[in-house]
Design a binder for this molecule. Sequence first.
Ligand code: PLP
Length: 460
Amino acid sequence: MLFHVRTPPRAVRGVEANRVEIAWRNYTSVTSGASPKPAGARDAQPNASPACYNPAMSTPTTPAIPVASRVAGFTYAIRNIVAEAKKVEASGRQVRYLNIGDPIPFGFRTPPELVAVVERAMREGHNGYTPSPGIPQAREAVARDFVRRGVPTDPDRVLLTSGTSEGIELTIGALADAGDEVLVPTPTYPLYTAVLAKIGARAVYYRTDPARGWQPDLDHMASVITPRTRAIVTIDPNNPTGAVYPEATRRAMLQLADRHGLPILADEVYGDLAYDGEVPAIARLDPDAPIISFSSLSKAYLAPGWRAGWLNVGRTPRLDPVLAAIKKLADGRLCSPGPMQYAVAAALDGDRAHLPALRAALRERAELTTRRLNAIPGITCVAPTAAFYAMPRVKLPEGKTDQDFVLGLLRSRGVLVVYGSGFGADPADGSFRVVFLAEPRELDAIYDDIAAFTAEFLGA
Ligand SMILES: Cc1ncc(COP(=O)(O)O)c(C=O)c1O
């Protein structure tokens, strides 16, 4: 018997695969087995018992392929919670998404001159791999920008990365082994805990205190340092709290790190988005301290999808092995997106003319958010001074968690915020993060809904 199924076996999908499979099994069941195998039929499952193999479904029902246990620790609540929102949408209710810090869906626009630079780069054929640390003109522009900010550096200590995120991941990968510890703030931006979980290392939280404007508690930070601590992360300006740390706090953190011989990982992706103007880089306070700094075009230049970021490894020779390790790891991922690297020099050497209006828009929304949330009985909110996040807290009834509040708000009012425990906060704190990028009029309507739901939730 001849079979004329031309599709390569592994490309056969769905109905067609099913049909061929059944034909093949019917055929072999009535022959002695010494038969030509049809193209497109799946390979026999030598170790699978017939009971585990269901031809009608065309896929074996043997146990699922297991995944690494480390993946269980890789949680990213900001996106994970979207699955709940989709269920609410499927039930017919509109959802307003205040979960992700992306200005673009809220109507903010990437500066057109940067779009033009990327477009030109593509048209001029810059579509191949770049050198893995990035194109020289972008590395030079980042180095110039650090120098302008009072941080002497050299282009050779700068790498272009796929957003701040990849810089963080490369650096943690270069610094920490399985079982090592890295200090991160709580609440924290969850990428840190996720990346550490992925490599089998551990995030150890230091507290930041809402009663002091979400400043880090340096005594607590000192108390959690152990011989396995490999670095201290500071996110300043901060996501999720919107806090900016005063110089005294930064100096104290540098001294603490110095006493313990630890490098600082300085996440400065919101450094240009404080409402009062540029926040000085922490490395400016001590350019010889072992500081690795991260930023990108995602937030201040309104281009998060471009994945155009960078890192700078402080000039101290103590960081040379870390720089070499980061470069080695970066070789393995070839490069960050090439055409977008051309926008880095245009952005950092440009006039930044869009920034005053952006900061003013954020300040207006921050003030509205703080005023409206603090007016809700049971909610308190520290005023953010940078970025587009606020971390209010609701006084939870006994036995309730932040997730109960957030999921209740989503299901009953269609407002999606993220529970504080997704950022490492205690679920009993009742904190939740609001992204306040929407138009003020829409935010007002959203805060009406939060007020009404909170009254119900607290049984008022
Ligand atoms: C504190 C912080 N670090 C890093 C990132 C990631 O930014 P990027 O888009 O540059 O990877 C974010 C994104 O929200 C953030 O809030």
